[in-house]
Design a protein around this ligand. Structure first.
Ligand code: 6GU
Length: 228
């Protein structure tokens, strides 16, 4: 899978894909991430990519021309399966969307800044809009990093048995059950007996019950069938 990211602050994305699981995905050539500085397509030699908004009001808007030129050039060697604009005024990202995106070959993520991008780019080019939650970030870069991480780890061959995504929270609309490691007693607190019983069926049942309990307590909405 290839992911291109368009941003005015490429430095923000220097590190997130260079460690741990995503690093391995890139080393195995299962994932390629290309970060592009939008200023390369600026309208003048001052690097301008934004302007005042029509109708007045505080805050600049990212202009059509630099973004359109960037997309057109990046599509010269193959069109994108999805052109994603990350913005707080969009549908919220979840595991289902991550699963769907992991099946694509080539996607572009546009990171907004300031007041966002000109609506005409959203109308003409953008095929999917994503928010990562009900709060405002200073730009779309960290949201893009969240999406690349959530999608990248799902690509076949990235995770091994130990890190398998099959048992992640949310894959079955349940939060994960609690986990424990050595020592068996820490500051007088004992690991639940069932985890030491050696009976895989009993352990699986316990984990499932704990997952349901955790979900009912913290995120009851996930148990609602409308969420499935
Ligand atoms: Cl995608 N961008 C920004 N700037 N803020 C956000 C967001 C995205 N998702 C939640 N807050």
């Amino acid at each position: 899978m290839r992911i291109d990211i368009l941003t005015v602050v490429p430095e923000l994305l220097d590190s997130p894909f260079s460690h741990s699981i995503l690093k391995r995905a890139k080393e195995r050539d299962l994932l390629q991430v290309y970060v592009h500085n939008l200023r390369k397509w600026a309208i003048n030699k001052h690097g301008q990519v934004d302007d005042y908004q029509y109708g007045g009001g505080a805050g600049m808007v990212m202009m059509c021309e630099p973004i359109a030129s960037a997309i057109d050039e990046l599509q010269e060697d193959g069109t994108f399966d999805e052109i994603i604009y990350v913005t707080p005024d969009a549908k919220q990202f979840n595991q289902k969307t991550a699963n769907q995106l992991s099946l694509k070959e080539k996607i572009l993520i546009i990171c907004g800044h300031y007041k966002g991008i000109d609506q005409r780019i959203r109308d003409q080019y953008v095929t999917m809009e994503i928010s990562i939650g009900d709060y405002v970030l200073s730009g779309g870069e960290l949201a893009a990093a969240v999406i690349v991480d959530a999608v990248g780890r799902l690509l076949p061959g990235v995770l091994n048995d130990e890190t398998s995504a099959l048992f992640d929270s949310f894959q079955d609309n349940l939060l994960a059950p609690p986990v424990y490691t050595r020592p068996e007693v820490w500051r007088g607190k004992q690991v639940p007996d069932v985890l030491l019983c050696g009976d895989p069926k009993r352990i699986d049942d316990w984990r499932y019950e704990e997952a349901v309990r955790n979900t009912r307590e913290k995120r009851p909405g996930l148990l609602d069938p409308d969420n499935a």
